[in-house]
Design a protein. Structure first.
Length: 366
């Protein structure tokens, strides 16, 4: 009996030596609650029960976010803390050789060697070290919350090769990584080893772009053949010479004596105008579709590879936009408009007879 009473009294005394802590976040997000560095397994909002009286450290951790607070727990009471989370990343410590090398984080310059320490947000980042005359080195790393990552960059001599470019037709303009290098076949020396983009353009032909890998100390050959554009100057067209050399064909093409017209003489003109209008509208549509294809397949990817400060690259693609896109647009719209006018004129001619008298239908006297 005495032992039971002592146990109850001890339990009551222990209960009086603790309190509770209610933890929540001001933005309503959820995070894992840590008490004095220990994971409680609870997520906000939550109440920590049976916390010993005194001062405690509360921390809430989320995805690359953390909040910290200090609370005083009183016996038998509930301490409340409302916390604001903030972004927390990691630390990068780098050693770079040579010392004058420049380091970029996600394309933004962050400093030079020989040693460099920077903070970075959580997530994936691209770090690149460059120096004149040396091959650049690029790495992709992932930064975790509270992590410390050590990196070393040791830049070596850049490797160079020769790129031999052949193109057909030989009057096409050649580009290397967005920069014009020549008109017609050419050998480009001192090209950095690695992957490069070679392009060729010529009026009347579809622009061409191709990737090529250059090896150090070697000659890399690349042959390019342009394809004539639809309706362009490079497209093949048949001549009348073959027809003229064929006597049978020439005889077949001899005009036959015309029969006495039973209807108005304007019927043939209307049919000819209708056919020409349809053909003009069709060719014009082809030009417009070609311009749209050049814009989406060639111009948009090409201009996107130009840096914001690479005026030469931008000027090249803008010139291509003028010649390879705008020109086809204007020609196409003009032909479509001419076809529409021709069809409208034909329709008016069909509605009215030769003497201006309205007719019904397509039969009868025109």
């Amino acid at each position: 009996m005495t032992a039971l009473v002592w146990t109850l009294l001890t339990a009551q005394a222990l209960a009086q030596d603790t309190g509770d802590v209610f933890v929540t976040l001001v933005d309503g997000n959820a995070g894992t609650i840590f008490l004095d560095g220990n994971d409680t397994g609870l997520k906000t909002p939550a109440t920590l029960k049976g916390v010993t009286i005194g001062q405690h450290q509360i921390q809430v951790r989320g995805d690359c976010m953390v909040a910290n607070a200090t609370v005083d727990v009183a016996m038998g009471r509930i301490a409340r803390t409302e916390m604001q989370m903030s972004s927390v990343g990691g630390f990068l410590m780098m050693e770079i050789t040579p010392a004058e090398a420049t380091v970029f984080l996600d394309g933004v310059k962050v400093g030079n060697g020989p040693t460099l320490g920077i903070e970075a947000d959580c997530g994936d980042h691209v770090i690149e070290a460059t120096a004149d005359g040396l091959a650049p080195e690029k790495r992709t790393i992932r930064v975790e919350m509270g992590s410390a990552t050590q990196l070393r960059f040791d830049l070596g001599e850049a490797g160079f090769g020769t790129l031999s470019l052949m193109v057909e037709p030989v009057t096409a303009e050649l580009f290397l990584d967005g920069k014009s290098v020549a008109v017609g076949p050419v050998e480009v020396e001192d090209v950095a080893k690695g992957d490069h983009t070679v392009g060729a353009i010529l009026d009347g032909y579809e622009p061409l772009e191709q990737r090529v890998s250059v090896k150090a100390g070697d000659v890399t050959r690349l042959d390019l053949t342009l394809t004539p554009a639809a309706g362009g100057d490079g497209a093949d067209s048949s001549t009348d010479g073959d027809k003229q050399d064929d006597p049978d064909q020439a005889a077949a093409d001899e005009p036959k004596p015309a029969k006495a017209p039973r209807e108005s003489k304007g019927r043939g003109k209307k049919i000819l105008l209708t056919g020409a209008s349809v053909v003009a509208a069709g060719i014009g549509t082809g030009f417009v579709l070609t311009a749209y294809n050049n814009y989406t397949v060639n111009y948009v990817p090409g201009i996107s590879r130009c840096g914001s400060e690479d005026a030469e690259c931008q000027d090249k693609w803008n010139e291509y936009h003028r010649l390879g896109i705008r020109r086809y647009q204007y020609i196409g719209y003009g032909l479509i408009g001419a076809g529409a006018v021709g069809l409208g004129t034909t329709g008016l001619m069909i509605i009215l007879s030769e003497d201006g008298t309205p007719i019904v239908g397509l039969t009868g006297r025109w």
